[in-house]
Design a protein. Structure first.
Lengths: 304, 248, 270
């Protein structure tokens, strides 16, 4: 059981030597994002197709405050988490009453609402051009401008996030959410208010997504419109599924795969989303029973 | 009277599934509800467990009016139910199946988010007890979807027990069981008689006659007879309703 | 009217196949682009209008046959990923084939210019669009209500098992439903091309609105989808007259507001 932690720590330490620190940071940020989603997708069985709503909102709000009010990093993170959680509370409240297709479509449509708001509100968000100029203020005297130092910060936060998620998943809440996934009717019958618990899952997932959003904004110094788009939501779903939604570490692995894929493809071809789409299709059609299942079995054996 | 319904009625549009049923269950007894298919028995259970509210009428539990209480609060009041069609948590181990039920009505939810699930000793004890009561303790760590149908019916019952309720509502616990498994189920129900107040829906007459203290007979949504097993056996209306299905 | 068309197609697909079809918007876009290409190639708008949607329907057939068929048992997450991947492929393919900048395609001569309605000048093409889309909606509606096959489709929305028990090939039904949905999206796109112009992002925008229409109208509730589509179309036009930038946002905000009060949408049953 100690194995995955060791592997992970090794990965954290070695990664910046294998890829650029910025990419390495991006991987862990996306992993945090994926962990947040997986609480909903893997554990509660809710396919939330609008996670970028929380990610992007947090990025914009914190980015704005960082840029125009010069708040410090700690406050930015706190605000990001808060915005992520709050927006998730709103979206969650609207969505948990529905299930199945309705639920998926609703999360998507609300994502669009936020997207178009960001798109139109150019005075604040910069619309299509995004919000550039997000600073990376120092914290506790540590200067984050050096990519490697920022990487250390990001990966430390990732490890903390992973630890928190592990606690949550092993707590009664984790069991209750899974019970809701397995049999919502029975879960209610034994005494759990399912919509309320789903909402809680949303808020927690949203908080994680918000954290990821702020870190993302600070990493690239810009909040692109894509960060709140449904494509981004789709990416994190893909990453989580390919890594394996059944385990805690799945989203982490998926994040590696996805970022590696997208980074390598985007430098080669401007039309790389097409390849991404192809990758989605291939995974779903052919590898679903194959690699992903095998991966599940392997990861369940190793990481359980 | 521990559990009563007063003229409870449930209509779905033009169809009246339960029609003015007044039931009275005494604490510590085993009260059976029988009737042909479609008589409204499961609907009555659904009303009692808050699956949907009644169209009219009241439900009184321990002198308190609980009409309209939603399903997720019922367990906390002290009523637990097992279902006619096995509905457990398939991917969970047997232990986890009963654990979630035990935790819900357990002493405290403190530490819901951060305490490891293993640290709740009382809950674990209750879960273990429930599995032991139904005889499944040896299989605690097997996933629920891998056990046999008969064992799943036992698990079904265990989940209800894990809530440490005052009233057990059992909907055809012997459904789909072989004669041997049925015998075991009957013994189990009899063993539970002293500890809980039980309301039982069953089709198998021999079970009903051997364990019930009182029997209520439903037909087309209404209560047509009520009494001791002996009285019910002799009741002509009951015989009519069953058209020869009663073990004489 | 356009929204009603899109909503109807999507409602049909989601109602019968019960999958999240994120490629619906892409079908819309492909319809538009095909129209433009064919019209330019042949030089005749009307033929292109006939041909382009059929092309989309064929595409839909292919998609269903090759991909979606295998995924009915797979669960929504994989279905979603699949249609989402398709949408990506299609929109990128559009950029590949037709270039990233949008372009415009003018309507045929008869339909250019405005028509004097007495109280205002109204673009002829818009009228044509309304009438054509309206006719299509009615035609589809009649097909579903009056013909035997249409009745089977509607039954399929209610209860798939029953329909297959009746001896009807459920797989063919699904294929036809998907192709029909794709057709409706394609012709909607083709009709829009002359007034809205073409750009690769048009599919995505439409997708969101189609989802709103279906969510408001109730999944599988065909009449509801039509009604919701009309309501949203009118609402958007009204808002656009006063506050152009916010018109899209308002649609989503209205949807959120309605769903808050009535989680089953305006016409859904729950």
């Amino acid at each position: 059981m100690k194995q995955p932690i060791v592997l992970l720590l090794a990965a954290v330490v070695l990664l910046p030597f294998v890829v650029r620190p910025a990419i390495a940071s991006e991987i862990w940020i996306f992993a945090i994002f994926g962990l947040g989603l997986n609480l909903l997708l893997g554990y509660t069985g809710l396919l939330s197709f609008g996670q970028s709503t929380f990610f992007g909102s947090a990025a914009y709000v914190a980015g704005w405050l960082l840029k125009h009010y010069g708040i410090n990093t700690l406050l930015a993170l706190g605000i990001g988490i808060g915005v992520g959680a709050a927006s998730a509370a709103v979206v969650g409240y609207l969505c948990v009453q529905r299930s199945g297709l309705y639920f998926i479509m609703l999360t998507f449509a609300l994502n669009q609402l936020f997207y178009f708001t960001a798109y139109q509100w150019t005075s604040v968000t910069g619309g299509e051009d995004g919000m550039p100029g997000v600073p990376r203020p120092a914290m506790l005297g540590i200067d984050f401008k050096d990519p490697l130092i920022y990487y250390a910060f990001v990966s430390a936060l990732f490890l903390i996030t992973l630890f928190l998620m592990k606690r949550i998943v092993e707590s009664p809440l984790g069991k209750i959410l899974q019970a809701i996934r397995e049999n919502e009717v029975r879960a209610e019958a034994v005494g759990y208010n399912a919509p309320r618990f789903k909402l809680l899952a949303f808020v927690i997932g949203g908080a994680f997504s918000g954290l990821a959003g702020v870190l993302y904004a600070m990493l690239f110094g810009i909040v692109p419109l894509e960060a709140i788009s449904f494509v981004f939501s789709g990416n994190v779903v893909f990453a989580t599924l390919i890594g394996g939604s059944g385990s805690l570490y799945g989203p982490v692995i998926g994040s590696f795969v996805f970022i590696w894929l997208s980074e390598s493809m985007s430098t080669v071809w401007a039309r790389w989303p097409l390849l991404l789409g192809v990758a989605f299709v291939i995974v779903v059609l052919f590898l679903r029973g194959g690699v992903v299942e095998a991966w599940h079995k392997v990861s369940l054996r190793f990481f359980k | 009277m521990l559990l009563e319904t007063k003229e409870i009625t449930k209509s779905f549009g033009a169809l009246t599934a339960v029609n003015g049923v007044s039931l009275a269950v005494e604490a510590g007894t085993l009260h059976s509800i029988i009737g042909p298919n479609g008589a409204g028995k499961t609907t009555l259970f659904n009303l009692l467990t808050g699956t949907f509210p009644p169209t009219s009428g009241r439900i009184i539990f321990d002198q308190r009016d609980i009409t309209g209480t939603p399903a997720n609060r019922i367990a906390h009041l002290g009523l637990a139910r097992s279902y006619q069609r096995t509905t457990v948590f398939p991917a969970f181990s047997l232990f986890d199946n009963v654990w979630v039920a035990a935790f819900a009505t357990g002493p405290s939810w403190k530490g819901l988010l951060w305490k490891s699930a293993n640290t709740y000793a009382e809950v674990a004890e209750r879960a273990r007890q429930a599995l032991a009561d139904v005889g499944l303790i040896d299989k605690s760590h097997q996933p629920a979807r891998e056990i046999s149908h008969g064992e799943q019916r036992q698990l079904e019952l265990a989940i209800a027990l894990a809530a440490a309720p005052r009233v057990l509502l059992l909907d055809e616990p012997a459904a789909g069981l072989s004669p041997d498994e049925t015998r075991k189920m009957v013994a189990l129900v009899r063993a539970l008689k002293g500890r809980f107040t039980i309301v039982l829906i069953e089709h198998k007459m021999d079970i009903i006659m051997s364990v019930s203290d009182r029997i209520s007979v439903m037909h087309f949504g209404s209560l047509i007879a009520e009494g001791t097993p002996g009285e019910i056996q002799k009741n002509p209306e009951v015989r009519r309703a069953y058209l020869g299905g009663v073990a004489a | 009217m356009l929204y009603a068309l899109m909503g109807l197609g999507l409602s049909l697909i989601t109602g019968i196949l019960n999958i999240p079809n994120f490629a619906h918007g892409a079908h819309f876009a492909v319809g538009a682009y095909l129209l433009a290409t064919v019209a330019v190639a042949i030089g005749n708008f009307w033929i292109a209008l006939l041909v382009a949607p059929i092309g989309v329907a064929l595409l839909g057939l292919a998609i269903e046959y090759v991909g979606i068929r295998r995924l009915y048992a797979a669960g929504h997450d994989y279905q979603l990923l699949f249609t989402f991947g398709l949408a990506l492929i299609l929109s990128e393919a559009i950029i590949l084939i037709w270039g990233p900048i949008g372009y415009s395609h003018l309507p045929p001569d008869i339909l250019r210019g405005g028509m004097d309605l007495g109280f205002t000048m109204y673009p002829k093409y818009r009228l044509f669009l309304m009438v054509a889309a309206g006719l299509l909606v009615v035609a589809t509606w009649l097909f579903l209500e009056k013909t035997r096959y249409g009745a089977i489709m509607r039954a399929g929305i209610e209860n798939k098992e029953m329909v297959s028990l009746l001896g009807i090939d459920i797989h063919k039904l699904f294929t036809v439903a998907f192709a029909l949905g794709a057709y409706l999206a394609g012709i909607a796109g083709a009709l829009t091309a002359p007034i809205r112009g073409l750009n690769p992002g048009m599919g995505v925008d439409m997708l969101g609105i189609a989802f709103v229409v279906v969510a408001l109208g109730g999944l599988g509730n065909l009449l509801g989808a039509i009604a919701a589509g009309l309501i949203i179309g009118v609402a958007q036009a009204l808002v656009a007259a006063y506050w152009t930038e916010a018109s899209t946002v308002v649609i989503y905000a209205v949807m959120a507001a309605i769903l808050l009060v009535r989680p089953q949408g305006l016409f859904g049953i729950r």
